[in-house]
Design a binder for this molecule. Structure first.
Ligand code: MN
Length: 715
């Protein structure tokens, strides 16, 4: 806490004519009035008005403002009255304290829904004397600095949100950038700690990789300018996390692409030197086109003046540079307050004149008085509540915002649909991780892609974003259509051949009308997905052939050439979406299989001796010939299941597992199905190449002394 003499010394330091006695009286009075009141931090309450006064000395404000700061909570929180303050400190100070009190009351009654309306009142109330608002901003800044002492999270959030939406932009509009940035960062910390942490973490890594770039660049700029006979001060600094985050969000760019992570300020003696300095900079380093701005000849509405440029500067880094005079610099830092100081020095009474100087304030008040929408203003500055989101980065540093629970697949689709569709794996923070991993704040995600990849139907269950889900569905639908159509062609071709006919497109076209299909692809897809039987097509285009002879018989062989149901070739366990294996039936290459058309789903493949096939006995039209088509040069692995009864003795499980491994097979799953004292049943899920491979394993298992029986369960 600032001591009494320290506060007075600070004010005298920039204003030798300050009313020392008045400041001393106010200091003592505030201490007495607040007495034993305590802040949430446990500090005595009077430390607060004193700190607020201290903040205002940084802005070099006059005695009346400093005194108002010391007294600003006395009417609201102690027994002080306007009359008493007028008597003790004069009408001007009393009026200012009254203004601050009114603002405090608006604030206390503020509800989220009424915010815009309150904002209007707010501006009207403070427009009488800008110093009221300066005290209020300093008050808010100190409250934000001590926000973490407030125990209610809801209250902290409300105060932080209000700061972000009203006070910070207002400080910005008043040109007090230092306070604006500090308010924003304190509010950001409360409202969105994860995003802030993620950014700071990222920034630290970036800083490590670039070394002490700020100092090196600043030194080089200074050297160049001094060489050209321009004495100057060069200030290099890093932007605050919030302003970087907002830019990255708004422009969807990466940290590395931000040209102004590092900002440089070149302060020279006078206006002609500003332009000379720009000339030197532009001849020393290439400028980035379109980034030069002259706010000296056309100042900003809040009185800001400077020359801006961006160059590919020293160290080959983009550097944003602002060139200005000392006076311009103070206006830029202290805004309206600095302006006030210069006015004061010229001896005119400034308080009323400020509102006039700052045209934007008048315009804003007019806008509000004429009922224009203040929501618009709020809209520009609002920080959304992002507590349910995670912030991740691409390897290039692009920020990707995702809902909590999102996976690398969501990430891939958020970057680009094409990247999602071809995603096969990922690295999170440089490590290979499963695609179902949940992403966390600050993760750097690299998507591994393959053009051969198509989205898997299983992805739908693990993604968190609608964008990913609908893209996956769209892609699966398209893949399915293509596969159904391809399968349909196979079936139609064989069915026609069996009938002694040829399925040319010209002939198939004749079936389009009667079967109500738009094109051949659609017709074939209908056959592939089991909604159209190839016999229907045959009978439509060759009615003279009549109905097919007989039906097929179960047990039975498919009767070769007499059959006209068509046939399919099964090329592997990953035959795609149109051809699937019946669940837990485990057909293997080398054994006879049969297909059953499942309307809307394509073909399901069963081993020919599966008991479950009885269900389809009466439905001959759905049966379809199926043959394996496996390239012997490229054996694939197929799942299968064995039930082994083994002796319950030490090591028997180990013997079984070793044998299976010796035969080049993989155990995918193993469970003890049943166990009694002498024997136990083991269910083994294996990967094998074909029926022959399985048979060899089975007879080898039978040869083990610990194994009693080995069977392949049938369903
Ligand atoms: Mn206060």
């Amino acid at each position: 806490m600032l001591r009494q003499y320290e506060l007075v010394d600070r004010v005298l330091g920039y204003d030798p004519k300050a009313d020392e006695a008045l400041i001393n009286r106010a200091y003592v009075y505030a201490m007495k009035q607040h007495g034993s009141q305590k802040r949430a931090s446990g500090d005595p309450y009077f430390s607060h008005p004193i700190e607020v006064a201290g903040i205002l000395t940084d802005l070099k404000l006059d005695t009346a403002t400093i005194v108002t700061a010391l007294l600003h909570d006395t009417i609201e929180d102690t027994g002080s009255t306007m009359d008493e303050l007028t008597k003790l400190f004069g009408p001007q100070v009393a009026g200012l304290v009254d203004g601050v009190t009114k603002l405090t009351r608006i604030e206390l009654t503020s509800e989220r829904s009424k915010q815009a309306e309150n904002f209007r009142k707010f501006l009207l109330a403070m427009s009488n004397d800008i110093r009221v608002l300066l005290v209020k901003l300093a008050d808010r800044l100190h409250n934000m600095r001590t926000l973490h002492f407030i125990s209610s999270a809801e209250k902290r959030q409300r105060i932080a949100l209000e700061t972000m939406e009203i006070y910070a932009p207002l400080a910005g509009r008043m040109g007090i950038q230092e306070i604006r940035e500090e308010l924003e960062d304190l509010a950001f910390k409360e409202l969105n700690p994860e995003a802030r942490e993620a950014l700071i973490k990222r920034l630290n890594e970036f800083r490590e990789s670039t070394g002490d770039a700020v100092k090196k660049i600043a030194d080089e700029i200074r050297a160049k300018l001094e060489e050209a006979g321009l004495p100057c001060e060069v200030i290099g600094r890093e932007k605050r996390p919030y302003s970087m985050w907002r830019k990255m969000e708004r422009r969807a760019i990466s940290l590395e692409q931000l040209s102004d992570i590092f900002g440089f300020r070149v302060i020279v003696d006078d206006v002609p030197d500003c332009y000379r300095a720009i000339g030197v900079l532009h001849t020393s380093w290439p400028m980035v086109p379109g980034r030069f701005k002259d706010y000296i000849s056309t100042p900003k509405a809040n009185g800001y003046r400077s020359l801006h440029t961006t160059m590919i500067g020293p160290q080959r880094k983009r550097a944003e540079v602002q060139v200005r005079t000392r006076k311009m610099h103070e206006v830029a830092e202290y805004g309206i307050a600095a302006h006030w100081l210069y006015k004061e020095a010229s001896g005119t009474d400034a308080s009323g004149e400020f509102a006039a100087t700052f045209k934007w304030l008048r315009q804003l008040i007019e806008m509000l008085e004429h009922g224009a929408s203040p929501e618009e203003f709020l809209e520009h500055t609002k920080l959304q509540m992002y507590s349910d989101q995670v912030f991740c980065f691409t390897p290039n540093g692009l920020l990707i915002t995702l809902p909590r629970g999102a996976t690398p697949i969501d990430f891939a689709y958020a970057v680009h649909t094409e990247i999602g569709d071809t995603c096969v794996g990922c690295k999170i923070n440089g490590r290979h991780m499963p695609l179902r991993s949940k992403l966390e704040n600050g993760d750097e995600v690299e998507i591994i892609r393959s053009q051969a990849q198509k989205p898997s139907p299983a992805w739908e269950a693990i993604v968190a974003t609608g964008k990913a889900r609908s893209a996956i569905r769209r892609s699966i639908r398209a893949t399915k259509q293509a596969e159904f159509s391809k399968l349909g062609r196979q079936i139609v071709k064989t069915a026609f051949e069996a009938a002694g006919r040829e399925a040319t497109d010209t002939i198939l076209e004749r079936a389009l009308g009667p079967l109500r299909k738009h094109d051949i692809n659609e017709l074939l897809a209908g056959v592939g997905d089991g909604t159209i039987n190839p016999q229907q097509i045959l009978q439509t285009v060759y009615p003279e052939d009549g109905a097919p002879k007989g039906g097929r018989k179960r047990n039975g062989r498919m009767n070769g050439k007499d059959e006209r149901g068509g046939s399919v070739r099964v090329t592997g366990r990953a035959s795609g979406l149109a051809i699937r294996f019946a669940p837990e039936m485990f057909p293997l290459p080398g054994e006879r299989i049969v297909g059953i058309m499942m309307p809307g789903e394509g073909v399901t493949i069963y081993p020919i001796d599966a008991p479950a096939l009885e269900e389809f006995d009466g439905d001959a039209m759905r049966w379809i010939d199926a043959t394996w088509d496996i390239d012997p040069e490229h054996p694939q692995s197929f799942p299968t299941r064995l039930r082994v009864t083994a002796k319950n003795e030490v090591g028997s499980l180990g013997h079984i597992a070793t044998l299976i491994a010796d035969y080049g097979s993989n155990i995918a799953n193993l469970s003890l199905a049943q166990r009694d004292t002498d024997f136990y049943d083991i269910q083994l899920d294996l990967e094998v190449r074909d029926l022959k491979h399985l048979t060899r394993i089975m007879s080898a298992l039978n040869g083990l002394s610990c194994v009693n029986t080995v069977v392949r369960p049938r369903r």
